[in-house]
Design a protein around this ligand. Sequence first.
Ligand SMILES: CC(C)(COP(=O)(O)OP(=O)(O)OC[C@H]1O[C@@H](n2cnc3c(N)ncnc32)[C@H](O)[C@@H]1OP(=O)(O)O)[C@@H](O)C(=O)NCCC(=O)NCCS
Length: 403
Amino acid sequence: MTELTSDFDGPRLMRGSERSACSRLARLCFGDEASGDEASGDEAGREEPDESVADEPAPRRGGLYLIAYRGQPVSQIGIFHHRLKAPDGLIRVGSVGGVCTHPEFREQRLAGRLLKHCTQQLMLEGARLMLISGDRGLYTRAGCALSGRYLDFDLRPGQLQVETRGLALRALSSADAVRCSQLYQAEGMHFLRRPDDFARALYQPNGYIHADQWMVERDGQAAAYLLLGIPWDAMAAGAPKIRHLSEYAGSRAALAGGLSLALAQHGISQISAPVAWQDADLIALLEQGGGRSQLASLREHTMRIINFSGLMADLGGYVRGRLESKLRRGLRFSQNGSLLAGNDDDRCTIQRGADRLELDTATMTRLVMGDAAGVSFSAPGALAEVIAALFPLPAFFPGLNYQ
Ligand SMILES: CC(C)(COP(=O)(O)OP(=O)(O)OC[C@H]1O[C@@H](n2cnc3c(N)ncnc32)[C@H](O)[C@@H]1OP(=O)(O)O)[C@@H](O)C(=O)NCCC(=O)NCCS
């Protein structure tokens, strides 16, 4: 990457005085004001500092990183930390969102430069896996991969013949936060959230990301919930009747029935319902009800392992629960130091004694987190047995963590 001229400054954390300029940049890039005056190239030079928050302390971890041109933010990325509860372990996830560059400054690799910086920052702050709500070249060039393994059911009205007796859908509200949290915490793979997180998320008016938020009640009791959004491509194509299941929790029989009831709702013509590969009960119910599916990766997201040894150390209980001690002996997971050095040849290795499997990070991410196609690799000795026992990890849903 060529050096930026001295007119540019960053990548660096947003200053308190830049908060309103950054909000305006996000609104400009994500559409709200793109058709108005703010789309003009002068906008980047016009923002007044917001003195009221000039002394805001820097966040301990995460935050908004930016590149400024002559003192005005022109490209920015937000980073956040989440913890994902996996069976016998906890995955520290570093998330990337709100990636945007002012229209007058695009295609100068500003977002690419910021992403590299933010990836390093997330790793230094303790994240093991980076999750990005996007799948464009910007991310795949940076070693992120479409990952996760799901059976994606393409459901149409009248197609799903499942039991709906006693079931009813009702819109979720923030009053359901505690019950939703209970249902969610019972899921095998879930982010650590508090009822307050649900209350906040469910209070917000529905948008395209969570167009329908339903509790599925059985005989008046809350048995499961379903969050449906409108896929980006359906929005862009002017097809707002298409839905995508972005998160679910609770009784599998209630969920299958709830999906059938959702398909009967006015204004829904199709539901793409990805079900995590390990969710055998829901898959069986939907298949028995006539649902057809195909293997898919996590939609509109990419992932990248950023600390493989740390990830597998955090999943020590998972490894011990799946491998006999003789297979664990001499087993090592490592990642070379390229990420911190700012190079693009980052590689991950699984080693057991003299046997080694070394892959580029994107391929290792697909092997570990799963993907639609499956990863072909040739592992020497007992490594193939080790890998088959451990990977892919159970699939999960970003859902409410990505508003
Ligand atoms: C997406 C966005 C952030 C890109 O910002 P940017 O500063 O122009 O990003 P870069 O210059 O690093 O990359 C832009 C393009 O340059 C080209 N490019 C950059 N680096 C490249 C490389 N090393 N080799 C080849 N092409 C490259 C690519 O065409 C790339 O687009 P792609 O992501 O579709 O592959 C900007 O277009 C934007 O704000 N869009 C609106 C908001 C949005 O959609 N955000 C993303 C949400 S997922």
